[in-house]
Design a binder for this molecule. Structure first.
Ligand code: ADP
Ligand code: ZN
Length: 622
């Protein structure tokens, strides 16, 4: 392989077929090629893989041997390695899914220093036999680099803690001469400090990228009939697209998947309660087929590097902003337009508060959790740019983005101060009137003057707050209550989620606090999305990564059909062969020669050699 250049930019062009590095990639690669340690914080889709793959190739070409990539995601190693082999890079993985014959073959390739990259799960690093092999490579100068992917797994603060990651500190002690690069998409400071300490990366240079994902459009809609809202969203904006729908419970995952399926959407469930084989099958289908909607709990997602997930939808509120950011970040890795869409309602606020209250954790921890939830609620209730708020949570300043729901259709606001006072007084009257507490439904009935059995039973027609809010519809009252709970002026208690006043309610009652509220979206009756169609560039937004005319679109479809066959033959996801962006460029440019084809971003030397002629033929026939 010595005839190949070891210059990073040349490797990028030759092997991956990309014309230029993105953002900090070039600096990171140079630093690591020169044997520096690095900690890379980059959002999902930012291009972390190349940050270690290119140094691995460069260092292998200069005789420095094997890069060991530590990754927790056994289920994905096969595809990751497949993608490298497709690009002509000799890579392999060692994990429990291999037969002993297969494993010995990989070990021979590794020990001979022929492998460029070896993927391994963290538990293997503490396996004595494996360590002995690394020792031998090290002594012969053939242990080139350690890449620690998903490095936040070492932190107990993060959401994906894996105790096996703690053992990775031994890499530095045992192989002090071998550079290490750790990578994560987790942005918060606590996790970062943890990674540095536990992986002994005190000397590492830290590379922090902006966490903005400009191609993701954020939207948070008021929950009305959530399933129908979801269906409408998918049908209007993402027919035939791949997407993920997050739900909190396993039961809801299954029900929602079954319901979408019945409505004609290709949907599959995924949660930790499913058989491992079923989970793997569903994940494989999601990765390999074009337009599967995965309905899942948060058990699904880490490391799913499918580039063309066009939307992530939340039917339930995530735990906090970090989770929201991680989960929505799985959309649009390829840089093409994608949606992060969430429905959000009163019950979400109540449930999340209750989960914190009822958790066995200590008071200090709960306080932290509540603070984080509040920040998320503020994001959900915001009337200004969602992205500005999201980024500012991660310490980044920005200006209104023009690509979130609030920027595109600024929500109307109304002064809810008066309504809030009426609502609070009503809770107060309940309490005075016999110390009883009630839930949201009854409260709103009383405010609106709706006679029910309960009203009669408790004689609530006689309260001074009876029917004082008949002028506002129920949805609006729910919104007022939701925001009062979100702001902490009202809290809920006990099995029946009855309402009680917090001390801070007094300031609202006295009129010292003004409440500017979003006007609830209008007429969501028959499950119609309020913003359906009215959004500029909204419905009908092309899901093709570049705009194609009709003839080019036809060529694109032909190329996709060809790709599907190749992918199937190779047992790999389609995007590993070529990504949609690359196929779309081929369809648009209609290259006439191998030379022209090779100029297209994403077409490296090996793929040109393997597929070039066939692609030209497909384009010719189309
Ligand atoms: P991450 O691991 O940070 O989520 P990936 O490494 O999967 O991101 O990269 C995201 C996408 O961007 C991939 O489809 C990858 O091929 C593409 N990509 C990364 N770097 C470049 C580049 N320099 N030029 C073109 N595409 C790139
Ligand atoms: Zn915005």
């Amino acid at each position: 392989m010595s005839s190949h250049p070891a210059v990073p930019i040349q490797i990028l062009q030759e092997v991956f077929g990309y014309p230029a590095f993105r953002g900090a990639q070039a600096d990171i690669v140079d630093h690591v090629v020169a044997a520096g340690d690095a900690l890379v914080l980059m959002p999902t889709g930012g291009g972390k893989s190349l940050c270690y793959q290119i140094p691995a190739i460069a260092r292998h070409r200069t005789g420095q041997g094997v890069t060991v990539v530590v990754s927790p995601l056994i289920a994905l190693m096969h595809d990751q390695v497949g993608a490298l082999e497709e690009a002509g890079v000799h890579a392999a993985f060692l994990n429990s899914t291999l037969s002993s014959d297969q494993a010995s073959h990989v070990e021979r390739e590794m020990m001979g220093g022929r492998l460029v990259m070896l993927y391994a799960a963290p538990e293997r690093i503490t396996n004595p036999r494996f360590l002995a092999q690394l020792d031998s490579l090290y002594e012969r100068g053939l242990l080139s680099l350690f890449a620690i992917d998903e490095a936040h797994c070492v932190s107990q603060w993060g959401h994906d803690f894996r105790s096996e990651y703690l053992a990775l500190s031994l890499l530095h002690e045992r192989y002090p001469e071998v550079p290490r690069i750790a990578l994560t998409a987790t942005a918060d400071e606590l996790t970062r400090a943890d990674i540095i300490e536990r992986l002994r990366l005190e000397e590492a240079r830290i590379f922090i990228s902006s966490f903005d994902r400009p191609n993701i459009r954020y939207a948070i809609v008021e929950k009305d009939k959530p399933r129908e809202q979801l269906l409408r969203f998918i049908q209007d904006e993402h027919a035939d697209d791949a997407g993920v729908v997050y739900c909190q419970s396993r039961k809801k995952v299954e029900e929602t998947a079954a319901w979408l399926e019945a409505e004609g959407i290709k949907a599959l469930p995924y949660h930790a309660g499913l058989d491992a084989a079923v989970r793997q099958r569903h994940q494989d289908r999601f990765l390999r087929e074009d337009s599967i909607v995965m309905v899942a709990t948060i058990a699904f997602g880490m490391g799913i590097d499918k580039p063309d997930v066009r939307f992530v939808a939340h039917l339930d509120l995530p735990k906090n902003i970090e989770s929201y950011y991680q989960e929505t970040g799985r959309a649009g890795r390829d840089g093409a337009a994608a949606d992060a869409w969430m429905t959000y309602g009163l019950a979400d606020v109540v449930n999340q508060r209750r989960m914190i209250d009822e958790s066995p954790a200590g008071e200090e921890f709960k306080k932290g959790q509540r603070g984080k939830l509040d920040a998320l609620l503020a994001l959900a209730e915001a009337t200004d740019c969602r992205r500005v708020r999201l980024l500012s949570y991660f310490g980044e300043m920005s200006t209104a983005c023009g690509n979130c729901d609030n920027c595109l259709v600024p929500p109307a606001t109304w002064d809810g101060t008066d309504a809030a006072r009426k609502l609070l007084s009503c809770i107060y009257r309940f309490h005075q009137n016999g110390g009883q507490r009630f839930g949201a439904g009854h409260l709103i009935d009383v405010l609106r003057g709706k006679v029910t059995d309960k009203v009669t039973q408790y004689g609530h027609q006689t309260l001074s707050t009876w029917a004082i809010g008949a002028d506002l519809p129920e949805t609006q009252w729910r919104a007022v209550l939701r925001q009062l709970i979100a702001l902490g002026h009202v809290f809920t208690e006990g099995e029946y989620q009855t309402l009680a006043l917090a001390d801070s309610a007094r300031s609202v009652l006295k009129g010292e606090v003004q409440l500017l509220l979003r006007v609830p979206s209008v007429a969501p009756k028959k499950g119609k999305l309020s913003r359906g169609g009215s959004k500029p560039g909204g419905s009908g937004r092309s899901t093709a990564p570049v705009d194609l005319d009709e003839a080019a679109q036809a060529r694109f479809e032909q190329l996709k059909a060809w790709r599907a066959e190749v992918a199937k033959e190779h047992g790999l996801p389609a995007y590993v062969i070529f990504q949609n962006v690359t196929l779309a460029e081929m369809a648009r440019q209609q290259p006439q020669s191998l030379d022209e084809l090779g100029q297209i971003s994403g077409v490296g030397a090996k793929k040109l050699e393997a597929y070039g002629a066939e692609i030209l033929r497909v384009l010719d026939d189309a």
